[in-house]
Design a protein around this ligand. Structure first.
Ligand code: SF4
Length: 319
């Protein structure tokens, strides 16, 4: 496999008030902090973590919807200059969690699917109609769906339409931001299977953002675990699920019995995630970590190899 997209030490900070004459010290929300990972051609990488871990922020960076405060991104091993961005805008598409909010209710499905092609100006009207007709069938909906409007469909059908729209410009990577979490469990597996089929047909890569490790277990090749905007562990799915190295990953897996069955049940996560406005010093997980020692309160652990190929963890006591 070869590298499709890579983030290198990407941070995303948002101003959060303060400063000025009487505003007190400037406050900064650190949504992502020096995150590095790559996505290979044809692979599915999951970004997992609790709400507030920075998953969607990093997904937006990859999709070109969020400019990093620091760090760089590469596409096909090239830095993101004007030409690279132009290519990446076509090649990287995004599917959001809420299929209803993402689809314009005033547009018929044919126009919704063809809109990315219209924006690019690369295809004739007849070509766009043909492509929309082809795509609606690829996502398992009948051709007459093209003349109907989003409110006429179920949640699962709307997510299929959103996927067809994302496929229209023939992308290489789809950023799927919690694409199943608004759907009934019975529908989730259907959409998951569709995503797998489309990946095989088109050689797609996915950046699959999810808080649900059970879902991740069915689709992805590698898993990146985020905590408070930091990448704390990354590795191949099977190895990471069988041998989680970071105490946060261990706790996440212990809360999902269907996956955690290979391990003795251990600690689950206690307490709340601290605010990204005021992250703890040292290892940001230390206030919740059952293994925390003095060094954890002062020294930031680097992301280092665990000794099992391609599996890294950011813990002073990684296993
Ligand atoms: Fe826990 Fe320390 Fe490892 Fe952080 S560095 S995860 S606090 S043991």
């Amino acid at each position: 496999m070869s590298e499709l997209v890579a983030l290198d030490a990407v941070s995303v900070h948002f101003p959060a008030g303060g400063g000025g004459w009487f505003g007190g010290p400037k406050r900064v929300l650190r949504a992502a902090e020096r995150v590095t990972f790559s996505i290979e051609r044809g692979e599915t990488l999951a970004l997992v973590g609790e709400s507030g871990s920075g998953k969607s922020t990093l997904g937006n960076v990859v999709a070109g919807l969020q400019v990093p405060t620091e760090g760089t991104m590469r596409f096909h091993n090239r830095p993101m200059d004007k030409d690279t961005w132009k290519a990446a805008r076509r090649a990287i598409q995004i599917v959001f969690q809420d299929p209803f909010g993402a689809l314009d209710p005033r547009m018929p499905v044919s126009a919704i699917i063809a809109e990315p092609l219209l924006i690019q100006g690369s295809t004739s009207a007849a070509g766009r109609r043909e492509r929309a007709a082809d795509l609606i069938e690829q996502v398992g909906l009948p051709r007459d769906a093209l003349n109907r409007y989003p409110h006429e469909f179920s949640g699962g059908q709307r997510q299929r339409i959103a996927i067809a729209r994302a496929l229209a410009p023939r992308p290489e990577l789809i950023v799927a931001d919690e694409p199943l979490s608004a759907l009934d469990v019975s529908i989730q597996s259907q959409v998951l299977n569709l995503m797998k089929e489309l990946q095989e047909q088109h050689g797609l890569s996915y950046l699959f953002i999810s808080h649900d490790l059970a879902v991740v277990n069915h689709l992805v090749d590698r898993v990146a675990v985020l905590y408070l905007g930091r990448l704390v562990e990354i590795g191949g799915r099977e190895d990471l699920f069988a041998h989680p190295s970071h105490p946060y990953t261990q706790a996440l897996l212990n809360s999902v019995p269907r996956i955690g069955h290979k391990r003795a049940r251990g600690q689950t996560i206690k307490g709340e995630m601290p605010s990204p406005l005021n992250p703890p010093p040292g290892c940001v997980f230390h206030p919740r970590c059952p293994k925390a020692a003095d060094i954890c309160r002062t020294e930031v652990p680097a992301l280092l190899p665990t000794g099992r190929g391609g599996h890294d963890a950011a813990c002073h006591f990684r296993e």
